[in-house]
Ligand binder design. Sequence first.
Ligand code: NCD
Ligand code: ZN
Length: 348
Amino acid sequence: MTDRLTLRRPDDWHVHLRDGAMLELVAGHTARQFARAIIMPNLTPPVTTVQAAADYRARILAALPADAGFTPLMTCYLTDDADAGEIARGHGEGVFTACKLYPAHATTNSAHGVTDIRGLWPVLERMQEIGMVLCIHGEVTDRSVDIFDREAVFIERTLEGLVRDFPALKIVLEHITTAQAAQYVAEAPATVAATITPQHLLLNRNALFDGGLRPHAYCLPVVKRERHRLAVRAAAVSGSPKFFLGTDSAPHAIGRKEQDCGCAGIFNAPFALESYARVFDEEGALDRLEGFASEHGAHFYGLPLNEGKVTLERAEVTVPALVGEGELSVVPFHAGETIGWRLLSPSP
Ligand code: NCD
Ligand code: ZN
């Protein structure tokens, strides 16, 4: 049995670091685990300009110690008014790594999202030309579609056409949750990849109602049936370069989760690698964790692999009930549970 595992330092290809006091609270958790992360732009107001992204990047770096060795990779939030020139300039200047497509009202802070993707054609054409990645929150927002079907319907209604019309555009279908998404991505051209979160590997939809209503298991896309969880697990541990790590760590202060209309989002940053290690261990695939966590994403984005290493050790670590204090405190994923792995820091 492997009790210690050393990996090339991993990256998180989808994270919400927020801003202000919440940024101060959470940034260190991501930087401790990951060398780089794709930073989601769904602030209020959303990050839509090169200047806003450069300023946000500076605030992220300022929230970390100078020697954190962490690189935030910024994204541009696509709106109906997105401007191809601004996006290409941001990419050229090394500020924007990718663009993020939220269908309007699909999730937290997506009110400014795209209402009709056909309006984005000029932007997508330019992104395709310059090799810029498009990250997609892949759910339809049609309220007549059952919430558990919104990802599968998005693939049929939108994604298939997009992949056909933009055969060279690099697309990441983010935080996949279904057997349909896993199969679609596995069979799609090499330009299409997917990220996978710890919660979608570990929870099925029973977790939402486990002895009562469980707001801290609620995220979007919502966790699905067991057969979908198993399909997503199989994709993650398959070794396919199309699947890679993206935590979708999405902190909300406890009071915003535990209320009449609680926010979607699971804060998994403090123990993300440990979560993934548990899954790969359970699947007898620890030898594939490094590809998933530290290689496939960088290859897809055309970025160099990280030089550093991290070490995980088999250990009984209990996750605290809360991270932070007072009104700002956040309930982490696995709160009060024991994970069978610990990240040693710094790596010996
Ligand atoms: C995210 C958030 O809180 O910003 N929430 C979530 O449930 N994942 C938004 C998102 O990525 O959908
Ligand atoms: Zn997200």
